[in-house]
Write a protein that binds this ligand. Structure first.
Ligand code: LLP
Length: 417
């Protein structure tokens, strides 16, 4: 069981803060994402405390959960935003984040997105290729602006994590190759509309071992030194995100303090502002996906299935990355049964748990799929004609609907016969 101060049993009922999940399901229906506002605040504060000694700026990577209320909660605490598209920039601005607290990333920015970012006057754009630097320079020139850019380095460090979410390796598309850096630095003399303000990296996600950060940071520091010698005045060193969370109590995440302990001594003497881009760390354990058991069934092999009303359309992580999410019953049960928890989608990969001890809940009861705050709602889809679920945010005893459930009309609204 995943213990948290924010999702806990009161008596025999699983609650978020002071609100029973049973009550939320009755009011808002299922599937439903339930987010604890206090948990978001708590994670941000723990992160900030860990890096307190280092002059830094934390930019929440909104791709993890771009609900406007989630972004606003974090930005009200002083957090900036890392956005990866025009759409995410729009969301951050709509949530009330000031543009000078937004950094714009992305391996394939379109011209219209570059225009949007420059016109919005974001803090900087992080470029990932020589061609992109030329494109930003041209567009900035057309707009009569000087664009603040960082270059994203590919440090060629293979962080141990799921292969789909390692990004700092030379076989991946991300960043600029180390060997190309001399050409990048000399290119700046031909690009009058750019100002190089930062060096950036992001080596992957859900990385448990701080050593990978160290290896990549050593490379970033060598590049920083070289850039200084060439006369560039680098203001920002962006270390990226990727800090881990606990999904499975048997595999607890390395505490953030262990990353801070290693990184601070390396970064503090440089006298630059360090940027962090945590996504998952701030939001993963702040939400659960609440779902109702529709049917229970078994087959001749003795296999048992709980068929629930949420599926891979709401949380694709088990299907895509074989990731573990705890499944708890909203009404506490002592007894468990080994079963698969599966959704209604016509794919065999549509499951939340396989061959796992699941609380012996009955048809009609509620299950909570834990740690569903990061890369869940944002990766949801209308596949199989599914409606994206409602989302609520709980703050103590207060409940706010922060996203309405989609309607059948919305499913077809952009189509023309
Ligand atoms: N910065 C950049 C440039 C990124 O690409 C990412 C995540 C982050 C920051 C935030 O990383 P985090 O702190 O959340 O690890 N859908 C996958 C994760 C994909 C991560 C993509 N990039 C999953 O569900 O595990």
């Amino acid at each position: 069981m995943l213990d948290s101060n924010f999702f806990h049993y009161t008596g025999t009922t699983l609650c978020c803060d002071e609100v029973s999940l049973e009550e939320l399901a009755t009011t808002f229906g299922t599937p439903l994402f339930v987010t604890s506002r206090r948990s978001l605040i708590d994670s941000y504060q723990i992160f900030e405390l860990a890096f307190k000694l280092l002059p830094h700026f934390t930019c929440y990577s909104v791709k993890a959960n771009y609900n406007l209320s989630v972004i606003r909660t974090l930005s009200e605490l002083g957090c900036g935003c890392d956005v990866n598209s025009g759409g995410e920039l729009y969301r951050a601005l709509q949530a009330g984040v000031s543009p000078e607290k937004i950094i714009f990333a992305g391996v394939g920015k379109r011209a219209d997105e570059i225009v949007y970012a420059l016109q919005s006057e974001v803090l900087m754009l992080k470029a990932e290729s020589l061609s992109e630097l030329r494109a930003i320079d041209r567009i900035a020139g057309e707009l009569g602006k000087r664009a603040a850019v960082a270059i994203r380095i590919n440090p060629n460090v293979t962080a141990e994590t799921h292969p789909y979410i390692t990004t700092g390796d030379s076989k991946e598309k991300f960043g600029i190759d180390e060997l190309e850096l001399p050409s990048v630095f000399s290119l700046f003399s031909q690009l009058p509309n750019l100002k190089l303000v930062g060096l950036d990296m992001h080596i992957g996600s859900q990385i448990f071992d701080p050593e990978f950060y160290l290896a990549a940071t050593v490379k970033l520091l060598a590049i920083f030194k070289a850039s200084k010698e060439l006369g560039f005045a680098i203001e920002f060193l962006d270390i990226g995100g990727g800090f881990p969370v606990t999904y499975d109590p048997l595999k607890p995440a390395t505490p953030i303090e262990c990353f801070a302990e290693k990184l601070i001594p390396m970064l503090l003497p440089l006298g630059v502002k360090v940027i962090f881009e945590p996504g998952r760390y701030l939001v993963a354990n702040a939400s659960v996906l609440l779902t109702r058991i529709l049917y229970k069934k078994s087959n001749h092999t003795g296999k048992q299935f709980f068929v629930v009303d949420a599926g891979m359309t709401e949380l694709i992580r088990p299907a895509l990355y074989q990731s573990h999410h705890e499944v708890q019953s909203v009404t506490f049960h002592d007894e468990t049964v080994v079963a698969d928890v599966v959704g209604p989608i016509c794919e065999s990969s549509d499951f939340f748990a396989r061959h796992r001890a699941i609380p012996q809940a009955e048809e009609g009861e509620l299950l909570a799929v834990m740690s569903s705050g990061a890369y869940a709602a944002v990766m949801s889809s209308n596949y199989n004609g599914r409606l994206r679920p409602a989302e609520v945010m709980v703050n103590g005893s207060e409940v706010k609907l922060v996203r309405k459930r989609e309607t059948l009309e919305q499913l077809v609204q952009n189509e023309r016969l």
